[in-house]
Write a protein that binds this ligand. Structure first.
Ligand SMILES: [Zn+2]
Length: 490
């Protein structure tokens, strides 16, 4: 059987121009300085699977491990295998009957290296837009985001994340905004556009005055609130907004018993949304995978990815015995491209050390506090500055830094360290490089990368996904899978 028979030709193979993400012939108006101009791609809507009624999905679950280079997926898989003797849910999914895999291009309209808002918007509205914007095109149009379109189609909607709920990735499914940083406006749109279940962080963007505009909204602020949420009855789903931190939820390594784990949030959202008579669209994001990659923080990166993977396991468990749900699991872009780079037994010793880390770099830097350690020269402690830094690093990571590593890190904390590849001069990248000597995990930068990324999908509609796709193609896959009627302007 030809597995891609339902896929229109134009999304099966990217043409050369599109593949490169550059438009060689369009630079005239931009002056001679820029001979490779970013391409401005337009939506290429795909057709529904031809007449296959059984291919129709009722629900769509779109899972994003934000900023997940393939090396991150690999590290999580290796850690899971050496620690638990079994594969991650993501890798297990590859062997499931009917699972579809693709490689996805991630460039935005104005950059080969995308940011999360342009990437999420590409799925949210099916168009390439510029970095920093949210469903706001370079020519200032505001295409209807997929959750708004879903609601117009009578479907329920949900957003679940470990970042602020107003952050780029959830915003890409619900909001229109020229800047991802206008999170107060994105918060207003989340409220006004009526997301049924929204769970994450970001309470600072939801003042009481805003919450009062949606009187039937149940607001959850603590893990106890979340766990005490009564099940939905037979009627319409009462909307819920969980905002468990002022900003992002805590990193997995620092979370303790405070914030609810991502897997629980996903289960909670599914329990409500499954009551929708006309199906639902739910986005679930492991948002701090990206943050750990930016920080070159290997232990947190692995812990966040494994938390995302437990969430995927929970979703797959929910899907067992159902044939009505399209699940797409992917990432928006690579980030920092981590990888194990030691040979032989040293690899395992590195992993063992990495598995013993207790806290994130975020926690570590908070403990150091530039004011305490540098402006006040270690005031309040009898330890010398070096001892103080070494002990905090040891407490967080379990690693005793060597003397030359420690002095490089301290210089970086003071802004006085210089790597030849300049972006690696920041204090967290320098610490990440020092720890690479102990963990064996190296990073290429603290930034996103242009790498192609993994897409895995299962369920009705997944057959629409060709082997090599563009990020905007997934919008058409979702709307076609559930036969969503075209959006009305808002
Ligand atoms: Zn990022």
């Amino acid at each position: 059987m030809e597995p891609t028979r339902h896929v229109p030709r134009r999304i099966r193979t990217l043409n050369r121009r599109s593949f490169l993400g550059v438009s060689l012939g369009s630079a005239a108006g931009l002056g001679a300085a820029l001979s490779f101009a970013p391409e401005l791609a337009r939506a290429r809507p795909i057709e529904p699977a031809s007449g296959a009624a059984s291919e129709r999905a009722t629900n769509v679950i779109f899972m994003v491990s934000d900023g997940m280079s393939f090396g991150t997926l690999t590290l999580a898989e290796i850690m899971k295998r050496v620690r638990d003797g079994k594969s991650t849910s993501w890798v297990q999914m590859w062997g499931m009957p009917g699972a579809r895999r693709a490689v996805m291009r991630t460039a935005s309209a104005d950059s080969l290296v995308t940011d999360s808002s342009a990437a999420s918007s590409s799925w949210g509205c099916g168009e390439h837009i510029n970095n920093d914007a949210v469903n706001f095109t370079p020519d200032k149009r505001t295409p209807v985001p997929i959750l708004v379109q879903a609601a117009q189609n009578g479907m329920a909607t949900g957003l679940v994340t470990t970042t602020r709920i107003t952050h780029a990735t959830p915003a890409g499914f619900i909001a229109n905004c020229p800047s991802r940083n206008a999170e107060d406006i994105i918060a207003e749109q989340i409220i006004q556009r009526g997301v049924d279940v929204a769970l994450g962080g970001g309470s600072k963007y939801f003042p009481e005055k805003l919450l009062a505009t949606r009187p039937n909204l149940r607001v959850l602020r603590t893990r106890a609130d979340f766990e005490g949420l009564p099940p939905v009855g037979g009627g319409p789903i009462a909307p819920v907004l969980g905002i468990f931190e002022k900003s992002h939820l805590l990193y997995e390594l620092d979370r303790g018993e405070t914030d609810p784990p991502l897997a629980d949030l996903a289960r909670g959202a599914l329990k409500r949304l499954e009551r929708s008579p006309r199906g639902f669209v739910l986005q679930i994001e492991g948002g701090r995978v990206d943050h750990a990659a930016h920080a070159n923080d290997a232990p947190s990166l692995v812990a966040e990815q494994l938390s995302f993977d437990r969430t995927l396991g929970a979703v797959l468990e929910w899907m067992q015995g159902r044939d009505d749900t399209l699940l797409i699991v992917t990432t928006d872009h690579g980030n920092a491209n981590p990888g194990l780079t030691l040979y032989g037994p040293e690899t395992y010793r590195g992993l063992e050390r990495l598995a013993q880390a207790k806290h994130s770099f975020e926690w570590l830097f908070e403990q150091l506090g530039m004011k305490l350690t540098y402006d006040d020269a270690g005031a309040g402690t009898h330890l010398s500055e070096e001892d103080r830094v070494a002990s905090v690093v040891r407490e967080a990571t379990g690693v005793q830094l060597e003397r030359d590593e420690l002095s490089a890190f301290i210089a970086a904390l003071r802004g006085k360290h210089r790597e030849l590849f300049a972006p690696m001069s920041g204090a967290s990248s320098v610490l990440g490089s020092c720890l690479a000597n102990h963990f064996g995990v190296g990073f290429i930068s603290p930034n996103h990368t242009s790498d192609f990324v993994e897409v895995t999908a299962i369920g009705p509609g997944s057959g629409l996904i060709g082997p090599f796709i563009d990020n905007i193609d997934l919008h058409g896959v979702m709307t076609a899978a559930v036969r969503m009627a075209p959006a009305r302007a808002i």
